[in-house]
Write a protein that binds this ligand. Structure first.
Ligand code: SF4
Ligand code: SF4
Length: 291
């Protein structure tokens, strides 16, 4: 090995140890980084930059190395240490078994948000924006954060730990194969909870007919295509969405905040995606630029 290559190899080993140390710190594993490196040394050697004919970028090489180190680091800590990291990076989506939590009053409408079919969402698994393929109920997150509403920052614990939803129970961060996904048919939706109240369910279905995300996307696309000529049809959808919330809140004596469970997020919240906002003036509602 030339002096130059030896210096490069030494630098690589130092960088490797530093990566292992950082990964272990992140997953709260109190282990010597060298033990982790040794456990996968053959795999790491195979991933190391080649002296000749290397076609991978540095970023690709280090990304593959990090993945291998993470796997090895988790192998030293194959259980939940209740660090709370998963509670601060997204709240759980509810499954059918979680219906019991509503019956026992552990979960309440004010703590849940309905993600309606077609709603613009960000997939943390695919790491890209998309739309919800089906309806889901999610535990709310602290506004402006991805932290679950049940997470207690002070003592880094779950306030409903004994009764936490199924997705939290199945969460195994140390098992990369077991990424916490829920089969579509296992997801809980509003009909399972609310269709037993016909007076309310009828209104929810009517709201879905008039104010679905598909319908909203359609009227917004038409607004663009007609250069604003069809603004009234957009305002009609937005006003229906607002009024139904006010009406149900009053008629059933429900807190306004719970409407995100009964009808999903207000459609007006999505206007920003089109560079617009809804303004209420003395003479009615208007769409204005949000810039
Ligand atoms: S499952 Fe969540 S709380 Fe448990 S160790 Fe993993 S990230 Fe931490
Ligand atoms: S319900 Fe509890 S365990 Fe589940 S994400 Fe929220 S705080 Fe964490």
């Amino acid at each position: 090995m030339s002096e130059y290559n030896k210096a490069e190899a030494d630098f690589f080993l130092v960088a490797l140890k530093e990566e292992a140390r950082t990964i272990l710190w992140k997953i709260h594993a109190n282990v010597d980084p060298e033990i982790v490196i040794k456990s996968v040394i053959n795999d790491l050697q195979a991933l190391a930059p080649r002296d000749e004919g290397e076609t991978r970028t540095d970023e690709e090489i280090w990304s593959a190395i990090r993945e291998k180190l993470l796997e090895a680091a988790y192998a030293t800590r194959p259980q939940c240490v209740r660090c709370g990291d998963c509670c601060t990076t997204g709240s759980p989506t509810l499954m059918h078994e979680d219906i019991e939590l509503f019956r026992k009053d552990i979960l309440k409408p004010s703590e849940i948000v309905t993600i309606r079919k077609g709603e613009p969402v960000y997939s943390s698994i695919e790491e890209k924006p998309g739309t919800a393929e089906q309806e889901m109920l999610k535990v709310r997150e602290i506004p402006g954060e991805k932290t679950c509403t049940f997470y207690r920052k002070l003592d880094q614990s779950c306030s409903i730990y004994e009764h936490r939803p199924q997705q939290c129970r199945k969460q195994e961060c140390w098992n990369p194969q077991m990424i916490s996904t829920i089969e579509d048919n296992a997801k809980l939706d509003r009909s399972a909870l609310l269709s037993v109240i016909p007076a309310l369910w009828e209104i929810i279905e009517r709201h879905e007919e008039k104010c679905s995300h598909e319908e909203f996307a359609r009227v917004m696309a038409r607004l663009g295509a007609t250069k604003g000529q069809t603004v009234d049809s957009v305002l009609d959808v937005l006003k229906y969405d607002m009024h139904v919330r006010e009406f149900i809140s009053e008629r059933f004596g429900l807190a306004e905040d719970t409407m995100k469970f009964f009808f999903g997020r207000p459609l007006a919240d999505f206007l920003g995606l089109y560079g617009l906002q809804l303004e209420k003036r003395e003479d009615g509602y208007f769409l204005t630029s949000s810039d």
